[in-house]
Design a protein around this ligand. Structure first.
Ligand SMILES: C[S@@+](CC[C@H](N)C(=O)[O-])C[C@H]1O[C@@H](n2cnc3c(N)ncnc32)[C@H](O)[C@@H]1O
Length: 273
């Protein structure tokens, strides 16, 4: 049934049609969640609309939460091996925890997987999306990654080897990104072969440092590979660590880019030096 409040709240960020690249999520929902294929589209629409009411992120309205980009990272096979060998992965800003279910379906022990998100509502919807509340043993923690003093997150300090962060850093300005990165660094085991992998919206034309609030259309700071390394240098200085950024930056076009010149997809792997 149509929810008129929802329809009225729709913006350019709310796409009616499911994306073309839905094969992976359909496979997972069939094989892992045992949802009949003819029920999957309605199920996805129902969860998406309820999530939109929790918070209307573009990644929800535009179905980007169905992208599981980590699986196409050159690091993915190595990540799976490391998790199978007992290492621990944290998905920071995990929303529904799709990445964690995909990792589990691909062989990672669920007990080595952790998700954290500001919104408990998204974590709960993840259990509904994947129909695994009673069977998925990964740990989920609701908490605020921008509040270093948030006690919910302390329990995983020093316990993590790999962090996945997708569509997270780009939500914030430079200073908040430094706070976020510094918080993530605390999650790593002191002797970890620490690695951060993910993706976000980037740009071919980053704004001059310090002026982003005036210049960037959203108030978010978007990076190219150079400014992304500079940010991680600053996080390193703050945390007494050193990081090397690698990645790709690919210009993208979408219905919402409009005159958002230089908008690009930034995929990255960051390693502790
Ligand atoms: C754009 S969504 C991306 C979700 C998911 N990683 C993906 O790629 O589909 C950003 C996520 O970050 C979470 N988030 C935003 N601010 C946060 C914060 N301060 N602490 C923890 N999570 C936060 C949001 O609740 C949301 O689930």
């Amino acid at each position: 049934m149509t929810d008129h409040t929802l329809i009225e709240s729709k913006t350019l960020d709310y796409y009616e049609e499911l994306p073309d690249n839905k094969e992976r999520i359909f496979n997972l929902l069939q094989s892992y969640s045992k949802i009949p294929v003819d029920k999957i589209e309605d199920h996805l629409r129902d969860i998406r609309d309820r999530a939109w009411k929790v918070f209307p992120y573009g990644c929800i309205g535009r179905w980007l939460f169905l992208d599981c980009v980590i699986t196409s990272s050159p690091e993915y096979p190595r990540i799976l091996k490391r998790l199978e060998a007992g290492e621990v992965l944290l998905d920071a800003g995990c929303a529904f925890g799709y990445v964690l279910r995909q990792l589990a379906a691909d062989g990672s022990p669920a007990s080595n997987l952790i998700g954290t998100d500001l919104q408990q509502g998204f974590i709960d919807l993840g259990y509904e999306l994947f129909k695994d509340r009673d069977s998925f043993s990964a740990r989920f923690i609701a908490g605020d990654l921008l509040k270093p003093e948030d006690p919910n997150l302390d329990s995983i300090d020093g316990k993590v080897d790999i962090i996945h962060a997708a569509a997270l850093f780009h939500l914030f300005d430079w200073d908040d990104q430094v706070t976020l990165g510094s918080r993530l660094v605390k999650f790593f085991k002191p002797d970890a072969n620490a690695m951060l992998v993910g993706r976000q919206v980037g740009t071919l034309y980053p704004t001059k440092r310090g002026t982003q609030k005036d210049q960037d259309i959203s108030g978010w700071y978007r990076h190219n590979l150079e400014t992304w390394q500079q940010l991680w240098d600053e996080i390193g200085d703050k945390t007494g660590t050193q990081w090397r950024v690698r990645g790709t930056l690919q210009e993208m076009q979408s219905r919402t880019t409009g005159n958002d010149l230089g908008r690009a997809s930034l995929n990255f792997v960051i390693a502790k030096v």
